[in-house]
Design a protein around this ligand. Sequence first.
Ligand code: CA
Length: 267
Amino acid sequence: MKILAGAATDVGRVRDTNEDAFLVDADLGLFAVADGMGGANAGEVASHLALSTMHAQVAASTSDSLEDTLRQAIEAANTAVMAEAAADRAKSEMGTTITAMLIRGDRAVVGHVGDSRLYRVRWGRVEQLTEDHTAVAELVKVGAVKEEDAHSHPWAHCLLRVIGREGVEVQLTDIDIASGDRLLLCSDGFSNSVGDPSWLTLLDAKPPTEFAADLVARAVSLDGKDNATAVVVAIGTEHAREARQSLWKRFRKNVAAALHRGDAADD
Ligand code: CA
């Protein structure tokens, strides 16, 4: 299937460094975001090292299995980040999230560690395809915290899985992709800023590169306390694109209110 993709990242309005990183390789069918942590510039090192290691591993892989390819590549990223942390005391606490999608033909698999996210936008419906590996997400699952309160909970940013830790478990999920789908990989700085993701149906409105830039600019204008990153992947043919655009026109009325709120915040 034809794939178009674009990405954008922004340091935000408060922080001095951008610890987010992204990867877009449409030829390889590999797309990812990583959100680093660890003080000084260690988070930046961790996220970039993790993605470059994963990228090289996927490019060199001879496996026919998407799952094996992505799992091994993310495990290699984990090993690389741990080795770098062990070699330099200033980086000893560094780590990163990874949310990566590998597409071959009409198959796709997601490898996920942490609280970056993957959303799929299909025919006007937005679905989150990853679960956050946070303490608060577990509390929501067992009903101890309401979903709408999760964002402000003290444990909202307490990660249960991190790249750069011994024996990290990579969550691998097969996902269904079809012509016309739009997929969004994003860091928590993006998802926390924009809140309810229903307006992501606007992903059909512009080419991926332009739209990723718009999404990140919107996230920064709404909040800006964290680094924000978005990778937009558009799947399908030009014909499907036209069909989506006509659906988008009909749907636009329904999201006009959300749009208005966002535009007001931009000004
Ligand atoms: Ca973040």
